[in-house]
Design a protein around this ligand. Structure first.
Ligand code: NI
Ligand code: MN
Length: 230
């Protein structure tokens, strides 16, 4: 059994018999956070890009429980410079870890660490993750617009669960995300990256109705703090 717990925004805790993984652990400062960073105990931390609402508490969690950060090369260098334990990868590359198999896939977005003083440290390209753990394949799209590469994911992989942003403004909105579902053909799609702030307010139920009308994928709304098991 694989359990996905939504901790708000784009943060997911994924538990399988292979290990515990957190993706994009933005908890401090996240108005929808369903956990505190100090309560997180994981084997690995996957980070899609350097923006604060994704890198979040990754470095602190990594240092506290010696969890391995897996991220694009430039972002790993940044995390390493802050004392985190981190493994570099890049788009198209995959690797088998004790906690599961990870492949970095393209995301069309930006990636930088922006300091409190407005200073910008570029952290390479953003990514999405394919994660196979406990025999289930999960696709976390990160922050991205609709990209034709998603067609390839649908053609090459049998995705059990796709976690897709629907917030619009910074990422795909609901209309483009439905097209993404048509291309990825996941068994289940769960929307994320909406309603954290007014700027990305969306109705996930309406999104699921569009998915149901136009695709054969199941669409599930998981609220912050709730879990989905497969
Ligand atoms: Ni972003
Ligand atoms: Mn974001």
């Amino acid at each position: 059994m694989v359990k996905l717990t939504f901790l708000g925004h784009a943060c997911w805790l994924i538990e399988s018999e292979q290990g515990k993984i957190i993706i994009d652990p933005f908890l401090t400062g996240n108005p929808l956070a369903a956990a505190k960073p100090e309560d997180i105990s994981v084997d690995a931390i996957l980070v899609t890009h350097g923006h604060g609402d994704h890198l979040g508490d990754a470095i602190e969690i990594s240092k506290r429980c010696n969890a391995l950060i897996v991220a694009p090369f430039e972002l790993v260098n940044f995390c390493g410079s802050k004392g985190a334990n981190a493994h570099p990868m890049h788009i198209g590359g995959s690797r088998e870890f004790p906690f599961g198999w990870v492949k970095l896939v393209p995301a069309s977005h930006g990636s930088a660490y922006v300091g409190d003083d407005g200073s910008v440290v570029y952290t390479g390209n953003p990514c999405g993750f394919l994660l196979k753990t406990g025999g289930k394949l999960i696709y976390h799209a990160g922050d991205t617009g609709l990209i034709a590469d998603m067609e390839l994911i649908g053609r090459l992989y049998d995705v059990d669960v796709a976690l897709l942003p629907i917030g619009d403004n910074f990422t795909m909105g609901p209309d483009d995300a439905v097209v993404a579902v048509e291309m990825i053909k996941p068994r289940v799609v769960i929307p994320m990256h909406y309603n954290t702030w007014d700027l990305i307010a969306q109705d996930p139920v309406k999104f699921c109705e569009m998915v149901k009308a136009r695709t054969s994928s199941e669409c599930v709304v998981v609220k912050p703090g709730e879990s989905y098991e497969l």
